[in-house]
Design a protein around this ligand. Sequence first.
Ligand code: PAF
Length: 469
Amino acid sequence: MAEIEQKFREVNHVELKARLLAVGVGEPTVHEEIDHYFNAPDRDFARTGEAFRLRRVGKQNYFTFKGPKQPGAVKIRSELEFPLGEGDEVAGWHLELLRLLGYREVAQVRKIRTSYRLAREPFEVHICLDEVEELGAFAEVEVLAPQEQAAKAAEVLGEVAEQLGLQQVEPRSYLSLLLAARAQSHLSTPKVVTTVRELRQALDEVRRQHLTIGFVPTMGALHEGHASLMQAARSRNDFVVVSIFVNPTQFGPNEDLARYPRPFEADVRVCAERGVDLIFHPSPEEMYPPGFRTYVEVTGIQDRFEGASRPGHFRGVATVVLKLFHQVRPDRAYFGQKDAQQVRVIQQMVRDLDVPIEIVVCPTVREADGLALSSRNRYLDAGQRANSVALFRALQTAQKMYHQGERDPEVLKRVMEQVIAGTDEAQLDYAAVIEVDSFEPAADLSRPVLLALAVRFGETRLIDNLLLG
Ligand code: PAF
């Protein structure tokens, strides 16, 4: 079965009840629901878009698993829910079992739910008026339907919502809203340390308590892309460390090291909002003391594409990331898919040098028009900003051709080049179709590939990519 639902905020329950009576609903049921949300030990539900909970409705207990959301305005996802037996003791056994299996309770969502049913052939529509602890009043309109009728059910849902005057759609789950609200209200400034010694002292204590450590390495100038990495780290680890260090060894002689933005106070606020526990903010001398001589090279992969345009860049990245890994010794480290070649270099380094850290790759975060978020976007003037959407348009054009059956990498490359060539101020550095594992130009499209672009707008160089297959 598929669950088709939409949540609405800024709802006045008294007015809504009057409208429900007018459309002929029957008597409602009212009950308290307590949802214990868990994250899995083997994958991160915040990243996969899945959800797993133990729901308590009065005495009754249920397990519910929800699959990832399917794209579209209305939330459609597969759902499996079954009863576990009644009472506090049964709930306690199951909660204990999950903990023993390594599941972490992320939060409890508590609400008073008043549920109405409305027949809309061939479906039954559930309208729930929710009073959610810490969040307030919401309404949910929900239809359960076989997968093949999901589109029709979504249409019916839209009609009912309109009839009831429900307008303010809230796309986030109660769990996400609750975590965001708690992060806001507990805004305690994370501890900032600047030396390796202080960092180790702070983390020794964390390790003594057997807490897991999630690590987000950054160069600061933090944006929503970084924030999504912090959120992913927060949802799966007990303790979150962010490093803010503009690493000189990854900048070429004519690159923007000196003008790279360093808004440290704003960065600390972003970390506080995302519940980061510790910020490591070393000086260049702390990271590269006089006499420093050792560098990490991931040969081959480091020299192509970004590496060809920015010689020495990945040597600097691999060196600083390995140093940070040794200093922080996290369980997991989080990187964005936007820097796909950086991710590939780090994965290779971790594999080759037996670094016992899980590398978690999080999706690229984009502006509404598709521009991938980057600390360098702030250099663009208004005209360049408007034109910069060409990167995503070029990638999407090639992606569309691939989905329509085009299988010649040269054709996809050419079409990306053409889109960039037709864009004011855009100067193509490279357009490439790359074999994901070897990071060589793809000879064919029989295996997963990356569509990748680097484009200059004046002094500002932007990169972006999309995975195919
Ligand atoms: O992606 C970045 O911000 C940097 O390359 C990193 C990984 C923090 C290393 O300096």
